[in-house]
Ligand binder design. Structure first.
Ligand code: DON
Length: 568
């Protein structure tokens, strides 16, 4: 009752920062702030409305974790392709005193999951089954994750942090051109995989500026606001999920939901060339890959080689290739598989891995070509620094764009297709062309291996960079490249984020590049020494905050999407 009344008081206050009517949250078309300088605090997210929510919480005296929670729920409304309550993710935290934490709210396989559940009786992989529909869903972790983060670090009342999201769902918001296009493209899938036609489906194509109103989602969020974690994992929301599963032959049960737990883990932390890097341990491969790739650079003078020079790209790619080969073989949920963490990142091991590096010749990965890389970029990252210097870096996802495409009927939210991140069969590529084996095989209650790499960098004990991105398997290489761009190539943060990227993941054996990343002469040189250079769609959408030498914050939102930065 008390929480409820606080919620209503807050709803009355919401217009202070959202203006009086729902029509005027912020003027449409939105201004996408791609780069801002702030004196005290900054927020960068995939959507200007979510950024606005984060800033409003910070201005009210909320800390970075409060802002992260409010942003998370706001993204679940205004960025349905990846923002979520039906998915999961990872949070890296560093407080102003230098204490660090890593929260794993990754989805878990249902108790009834089996190693061969995505194979037919002859052992053939059935990719559709791990990508679409309820059979592809892991037990969602986001609400429990936000609840845990709030219990440990939150300072404002929980319900207050959900109030902006509830308002956005209830009153609606205007969609951008990109959202209109993506919603229209997914119409067939929404109809196919959802029992009741969801609000994401319109008779005609969506247009820029159309209003998206999500009443069922608002009701679900109200339950979470008033009952906390139990508003999702028990009671009506859990029953609606269970009903959806029963009706469509999914595996998640009430017991699975009730038992879901997010976990505080020890972050991956390491020193590299005067920096201290804090990132995500298993079940993400992100932190280990980052440490391996940076470590494999040895003492090479990248800046001396030149930004995007053939020599620098070749060395970076060869490190990527070797790290990703280790990912396929050795990495999985460390609660289920003995990931040889210490060995994988030991200087001796990394030096050995690079012993066959030839500066004049690409190393062949293997003759086996893995699957085609799908180009959807629908995970989302947000970076937040508050006025005290506490920093939060969160990457969260439904996996693919709009996840499994299943909207829980009556509850209004999308469920993930995170089960596709498991290795359906040793050597079979997933959505991102990543292959794996036993380490990442499906097992009851296990978490699928992730690439998400929310990261915080410090220098001389002071906060330096908060960074992360979506992009499936390209995530660790994007974070790696942005760190190198800033701290090795001395690029301003804008250029470090906006400049085009390249990616190698061992298999398929090619450098995937954003169109126009290199001058032709560089591409030719790379090809001459044996690399295959293959253009592809944009790589990642990085959200970064840099602490500048003048004490200000530079917040940069990627130009590849509707991302937007804010601060004060
Ligand atoms: O956890 C992972 O690595 C993937 N599920 C992330 C998916 C992703 O980044 C989608 N966007 N490209």
């Amino acid at each position: 009752m008390q929480i409820r009344s606080r919620l209503y008081v807050f709803l009355l206050l919401v217009p202070v920062f959202f203006s009086c009517s729902a029509q005027k949250y912020i003027p449409f078309p939105y201004a996408f702030e791609k780069s801002i300088e702030a004196d005290s605090a900054a927020v960068v997210t995939a959507h200007p409305l979510a950024t606005r929510v984060g800033i409003s919480i910070l201005r009210r005296g909320g800390n970075a974790v409060d802002a992260a929670i409010a942003v998370h729920f706001a993204l679940a409304v205004v960025y349905p392709q990846a923002g979520n309550i039906g998915g999961g993710g990872f949070l890296i935290y560093r407080d102003s005193a230098g204490r660090t934490a890593a929260l794993d709210f990754r989805e878990k396989a249902p108790a009834a999951a089996t190693e061969t559940m995505y194979q037919d009786s002859a052992g053939n992989v059935l990719p559709e089954k791990s990508r679409f529909g309820v059979f592809a869903c892991g037990i969602p972790g986001s609400v429990d994750g936000m609840w845990e983060a709030h219990k440990k670090y939150g300072s404002l009342p929980w319900a207050d942090l959900l109030a902006p999201a509830i308002l956005l769902a209830d009153k609606g918001y205007q969609i951008t051109e990109k959202e209109a296009q993506q919603l229209s493209e997914e119409k067939v899938n929404f109809i196919r995989y959802t029992r009741m036609v969801p609000v994401f489906v319109k008779m005609h194509a969506w247009e820029t500026g159309d209003w998206l109103i999500q009443k069922d989602l608002a009701t679900t969020l109200r339950r979470i606001a008033s009952r906390g974690r139990d508003g999702f994992y028990e009671g009506p929301t859990a029953s609606l999920i269970e009903y959806e599963m029963k009706k469509q032959n999914g595996l998640i049960t009430l017991e699975d939901l009730k038992n879901y737990n997010s976990v505080w883990r020890t972050p991956v932390e390491f020193d590299w060339r005067g920096l201290h890097i804090i990132s995500m341990p298993p079940p993400s491969s992100g932190g280990i890959l980052l440490q391996q790739m940076l470590g494999m650079l040895g003492d090479a003078d990248l800046k001396g080689m030149g930004f995007h020079s053939p020599a620098a790209v070749h060395l970076m790619v060869e490190a990527e290739r070797r790290a990703y080969a280790d990912r396929a073989m050795h990495m999985g949920d460390a609660d289920f598989w003995d990931v040889p963490l210490d060995t994988l990142v030991s200087p001796h091991y990394l030096a050995r891995r690079m012993a066959d590096f030839n500066p004049d010749q690409a190393t062949a990965s293997t003759n086996v070509e893995a699957g085609v890389i799908k180009t959807s970029e629908e995970t989302t990252h947000y970076s937040i620094v508050d006025a005290h210097g506490n920093a939060v870096s969160v990457t969260t996802t439904l996996n693919d764009s709009y996840g499994s495409r299943v909207v829980v009927s009556g509850a209004g939210f999308l469920l993930n297709n995170e089960m596709d991140d498991f290795s359906a069969k040793p050597g079979a590529p997933n959505l991102y062309g990543a292959i794996g084996g036993k380490a990442n095989a499906v097992a009851p209650r296990k978490r699928p291996l992730s690439s998400m790499t929310p990261t915080i960098v410090t220098r001389d004990g002071r906060l330096a960079l908060v960074v992360g991105t979506p992009g499936g398997t390209t995530i660790p290489t994007s974070v790696y490249q942005v760190i190198l761009n800033v701290f090795e190539f001395d690029l301003p943060l804008d250029s470090a984020v906006h400049s085009k990227r390249f990616h190698h993941q061992w298999l398929p054996d090619k450098i995937q590049v954003e169109e126009g990343v290199f001058p032709e002469a560089v591409t030719l040189k790379l090809e001459e020494i044996g690399h295959v250079v293959a253009p592809r769609d944009p790589i990642g959408r990085v959200e970064a905050i840099l602490c500048e030498p003048n004490g200000k914050l530079r917040a940069v939102a990627d130009t590849r999407g509707d991302d937007s930065a804010g601060g004060y």
